[in-house]
Design a protein. Structure first.
Length: 112
C-alpha cells in the first residue's frame, strides 16, 4: 500500500494578487473616526414624531416598519397573532396600511 501526501495548498504571500484584492479594500480606521450609532429604542416606547400629514394615505409596509421601529419578522408575528394595524393586500401582492389605521393603533398602544 502506497501512501501519498495530500496536494499542497497554494501559498499566498502578502502583496500577492489575492492579498491585495482582499485587504486593500478596507483602510484602517481609528475608533474616533467611526460614525456614532443611532440611539436605541427600548421596548414599545414611541418617539414623538413631527407633525404628520393629515391626509389619509396608503403607506407601504417599509414606512410602517420604520415608524413602528420593528423588524419585518416582528410585523408578521404580530399579524399572525392579530396585533397591529389592519393591512390591505394590493393586487400586485404588496401590503399597504392606511395612515388612519396606523395612527389609531399607535394611540391604542399609548393608552395601554
Amino acid at each position: 500500500m502506497v501512501r501519498t501526501t495530500p496536494p499542497a495548498k497554494p501559498q499566498v504571500k502578502q502583496g500577492g494578487p489575492r492579498w491585495s484584492a482582499v485587504h486593500s479594500i478596507v483602510a484602517p480606521v481609528s475608533p474616533s473616526q467611526l460614525p456614532k450609532p443611532p440611539p436605541r429604542s427600548h421596548g414599545m416606547s414611541r418617539q414623538k414624531t413631527p407633525a404628520r400629514k393629515t391626509s389619509n394615505e396608503l403607506l407601504p409596509l417599509t414606512a410602517v416598519l420604520l415608524e413602528l421601529q420593528i423588524t419585518r419578522a416582528t410585523w408578521y408575528r404580530w399579524r399572525n397573532r392579530g396585533i397591529g394595524p389592519i393591512a390591505h393586500r394590493l393586487p400586485n401582492g404588496r401590503l399597504r396600511v392606511w395612515r388612519s389605521d396606523l395612527d389609531a393603533f399607535l394611540d391604542e398602544m399609548e393608552v395601554a
